[in-house]
Design a protein. Structure first.
Length: 201
C-alpha cells in the first residue's frame, strides 16, 4: 500500500530549529567574512562600522566591523553601532601580566578558544528576531532625534546618549511622552532600551 505523504519523516522540534539557526549564524563563510573585516581586509567603504565597546591592554579596544555587509546582521542590530569583539572576549579569559598586558595575543588564529570567541560574537550580534532589530533601529532613531534638539550644544561640548546615562535617559523618556506623544509605547521602548544597554555595555 502507498504510504501517506510525510510518512517516515520526523517533525522538526524547537531544538532542531535552534541547531539550524546556530549553524547558519556560525557558518564558515560568515566567520571568514567577519574575521576578514576585523583584520581590515574587507574593502567595504559604504557602511559605517560598528565599534567594539570592550577594553584590553589597558585601553579601549579599537576593533571595528561592518555589521550588515561583513557580520551579516540586520540593519536594526547594526544601528546599535556597538559589539564585543573576539579579542576582548579572549582577554577576559586570562589575567594580564607585564609580559602580556593584552592576553588575547596568547590565542593564535587556529586556537579552539578563539574560534569559540568568534562564534560567540556573531551569535550575540544576531541574537533575536528581525522584528527586535527593527525595534532597536526605532530606538536608535529616537535617540538621534532627541539629541538633534541639542545640536548646537552637542557640537560645541559633546553629548551623552540616553543609553549611556540614567539621568539623560529619564529626560529622554519625558521627551517621548511630551514632545513625541509616545506614552502608550513606553513599555515597549523601555524593554528595547534595556536590550540596547545590555548589548552596548
Amino acid at each position: 500500500a502507498d504510504r501517506p505523504a510525510g510518512a517516515g519523516t520526523l517533525p522538526r522540534t524547537g531544538s532542531d530549529q535552534r541547531r539550524s539557526q546556530l549553524r547558519e549564524r556560525t557558518s564558515q563563510a560568515r566567520v571568514e567574512s567577519f574575521t576578514r573585516c576585523l583584520d581590515g581586509c574587507c574593502g567595504v567603504t559604504d557602511e559605517a562600522p560598528m565599534r567594539c565597546y570592550g577594553t584590553r591592554g589597558g585601553g579601549a579596544c579599537t576593533a571595528t566591523v561592518h555589521g550588515m555587509r561583513c557580520a551579516q546582521i540586520s540593519k536594526g542590530f547594526a544601528s546599535l553601532g556597538m559589539f564585543l569583539c573576539p579579542d576582548c572576549r579572549l582577554a577576559a579569559q586570562v589575567r594580564p601580566t607585564e609580559d602580556h598586558p593584552d592576553p588575547s595575543v596568547l590565542f593564535p588564529r587556529d586556537h579552539p578558544t578563539r574560534e569559540i570567541a568568534t562564534q560567540a560574537s556573531l551569535v550575540e550580534m544576531s541574537r533575536g528576531a528581525e522584528a527586535t532589530g527593527a525595534s532597536m533601529a526605532d530606538f536608535a532613531k529616537l535617540e538621534l532625534e532627541y539629541m538633534s534638539n541639542l545640536a548646537s550644544l552637542v557640537a560645541s561640548v559633546g553629548g551623552v546618549l540616553p543609553r549611556d546615562d540614567p539621568e539623560v535617559f529619564k529626560l529622554f523618556l519625558w521627551w517621548l511622552m511630551t514632545s513625541r506623544e509616545r506614552a502608550l509605547s513606553l513599555d515597549s521602548i523601555w524593554r528595547v532600551a534595556g536590550s540596547v544597554m545590555a548589548r552596548t555595555g
